[in-house]
Design a protein around this ligand. Structure first.
Ligand code: ADP
Length: 402
């Protein structure tokens, strides 16, 4: 039997990232095809595909999502791996906001697009692009089932105490204001792997998952159920991130408006794009931050310290609310690669049964897949588990397409 593939699409307002992959592959396997379409609507565009490790690029203008995706498919067809050449069984779409409407991945049929459109006010920058991506792909691949996979779904059943903000009930209800959480596909994918690493049943495990990438979030998971998470109505809340501030006093926004005369859009840009590690240090990549710290740059050191302080604040609060944890797991670009972040985040926690093994933590050469970085006598296990959101989306898509 030929290998069956899924296409996974992540559509932004001016870009599309995609992969064609075997949903039964191992997490560390390279996808058959990975690619991106960028600068949609600009005078010069970019379509890049990587097939079996070999890259191709086209920089002519990309007028629309449809033009970009068609061009990518054509480049794939030339190498005999276009959608028509493969046994493509599902298309999985990453959708940022599922609101209270979608608590699980959803086959796109009937009134699903209409229901997705109703959620646009909750994610005005992301959901319209996600919907455009779905509609474009449905036109190009009408005979393949399309499945929407939501960043929020894993958190849809959090306890009410964690999901509600203490603001006026009527206003909150009218405008859908509650903690939705994001990166759910990653937190779920990671948390599902931990019980077997511990040799326990999922129902027995209390854990904290730390998705530390450009965006960053932490979750508390009890017996497979997400019971708290750091992101909120939007992905701006919680941990300090590459360019986002994370939790701040909401009064800062009024102060900036009244005293600095900044508009809502100015403040939005400041807090989403010019804050976080970048706002404090001038760089948002942790590799550059480390170089600056090593060079004695005081702002870079402050950025690192604020990042770690905030991260530990949430880890501590989740340990308390869970009544203790069995495991803490690091994932995503920073979590998987930054030895110093993991070391600082887990320092001086022996009193809570957490002991990092420095050499396991530092040993990154040739290591793939999940690994333990705590000592053998650490009662709380600390792991690094690589995330693979595309693979998780592909698996959901195939499951629902059947
Ligand atoms: P995204 O949120 O964009 O998906 P990723 O999870 O890919 O982000 O994380 C990207 C970030 O990971 C980079 O901005 C960088 O800060 C960090 N990173 C990647 N590789 C390393 C590394 N080897 N050491 C430290 N940090 C790294």
């Amino acid at each position: 039997m030929s290998t069956q593939y899924a296409l996974v699409l992540n559509s932004g307002s001016s870009s599309i990232k995609f992969q064609v992959l075997d949903p039964n592959a191992a997490a560390t396997d390279e996808p058959l095809v990975s690619g991106l379409v960028e600068k949609i609507g600009e005078p010069t565009g970019l379509v890049r595909v990587k097939i079996n490790g070999e890259k191709q690029e086209d920089t002519s203008a990309v007028a629309s999502h449809a033009v970009g995706l068609k061009r990518a498919f054509l480049m794939m067809s030339e190498k005999n791996v276009g959608p028509q050449d493969l046994d493509l069984i599902a298309v999985g779409h990453r959708v940022v906001h599922g609101g209270e409407e979608f608590a699980a991945p959803q086959l796109v049929e009937g009134d699903v697009i209409e229901r997705l459109k109703k959620l646009i006010p909750l994610a005005p920058l992301h959901n319209p692009a996600n919907i455009e991506g779905i509609e474009t792909a449905q036109e190009l691949l009408p005979n393949v089932p399309h499945v929407a996979v939501f960043d929020t779904a894993f958190f849809a059943n959090m306890p009410e105490s964690a999901a509600n903000y203490a603001i006026n009930r009527e206003v909150a209800k009218e405008y859908g204001i509650r903690r939705y959480g994001f990166h759910g596909t990653s937190h779920e994918y990671i948390s599902q792997q931990v019980p077997s690493l511990l040799g326990k049943e999922p129902s027995e495990v209390k854990q904290i998952t730390l998705h530390l990438g450009n965006g960053a979030s932490a979750s508390a998971v009890d017996g497979g159920r997400a019971v708290d998470t750091t992101m909120g109505l939007t992905p701006l809340a919680g941990l300090v991130m590459g360019t986002r501030c994370g939790d701040i006093d909401p009064g800062i926004i009024f102060h900036l408006s009244r005293s600095a005369g900044m508009s809502v859009d100015d403040i939005d840009t400041l807090l989403n794009r010019k804050s976080g590690i970048k706002g404090l240090s001038g760089v948002n990549d942790f590799r550059e931050l480390e170089t600056l710290v090593n060079d004695g740059d005081a702002n870079a050191k402050l950025a690192f310290d604020v990042y770690i302080h905030t991260l530990r604040r949430f880890i501590g609060s989740y340990m308390l609310n869970l009544g203790g944890v069995d495991a803490i797991t690091f994932t995503a670009g920073v979590g998987e690669n930054d030895v110093n972040v993991r070391k600082a985040a887990m320092a001086n926690l022996e009193a809570f049964g957490i002991k990092l093994d420095d050499s396991r933590n530092a040993n990154t050469e040739g290591v793939h897949g999940a690994r333990e970085i705590s000592t053998d006598d650490s009662t709380v296990k600390v792991f690094v588990v690589p995330t693979n959101e595309e693979l998780a989306i592909a698996r959901y898509a195939v499951k629902l397409a059947k």
